[in-house]
Design a protein around this ligand. Sequence first.
Ligand code: DGL
Length: 285
Amino acid sequence: MTAPSAAPRAAPSAAPNTANTAAHIGVFDSGIGGLSVLRAVQQQLPGVRLTYIADSQHTPWGERGTAWVAARCQQLAGWLIDQGASLVLVACNTGTTQAITTLRARWPATPFVGVEPGIKPAVAASRNQRVAVLASAGTLRSARLQLLVHAHAGRAKVLQLPCPGLAEAIEAGGADTGALQQQLDSVAAVLRAADVDTVVLGCTHYPLVADALRQRLGQAVVLVDTADAVARRVASLLGKAPGAAAARPGGLRLFSTADPAALQAAARRWLGSAAAAQALVLHGP
Ligand code: DGL
């Protein structure tokens, strides 16, 4: 596994904040997808302090090699810890399946929470024992995903469907672009042909288009998103009851390695947040 080639460098606007007196959650994803997990955390822990990085310069991580993803996750996690994060949430299935073990080994004193495709709840929810997992190629080829399928599929048939281009299309234009509509049409056609009744949203970008997918598949098909369970895990590691408001207002800081205006627009749309986004420069790996 290669280490990042250069030390993380923050843009001047992102001055280190080492006043780690309250719970401060650092969150990252390959792009805007992790906002779907951050939204669940905000709902369960209103007012908690959050710093989010969208590595939109490098979306999609799912088409990159494991060593690159692991090194990039170390850079982003390291920067968040330097900023005072007391817990790091890897709001990305690709990052979690390929890097969380490395992150935990490197920072043993920091709790890391990851996001994994919800195979177990999907198999439990399925009535016809036909389940699909939509995820990046990187997630699907990971040993962790194959272990989850092996452990929980039982008698169910689990269709593993990589969706090349879908995360980028979501990144590029929410639910509104023709390219995205076409992508969703073809994914829905495959799912209908496979007669699945339960679909795991195994990439954090996909819950952002859950409504558009549901329209195509019909209400009888169950979509499984693990964001709420992940947020409950975060709350329990912080020793807070879900729903507990922070003692002090926390606030949300947003950083993008590409266009901060795009992240800001996505946060407004998906979180109803008025937070400004800043540019973040982290060279390599
Ligand atoms: N949100 C990432 C995930 O959950 C997107 C994947 C990608 O960048 O390819 O896997």
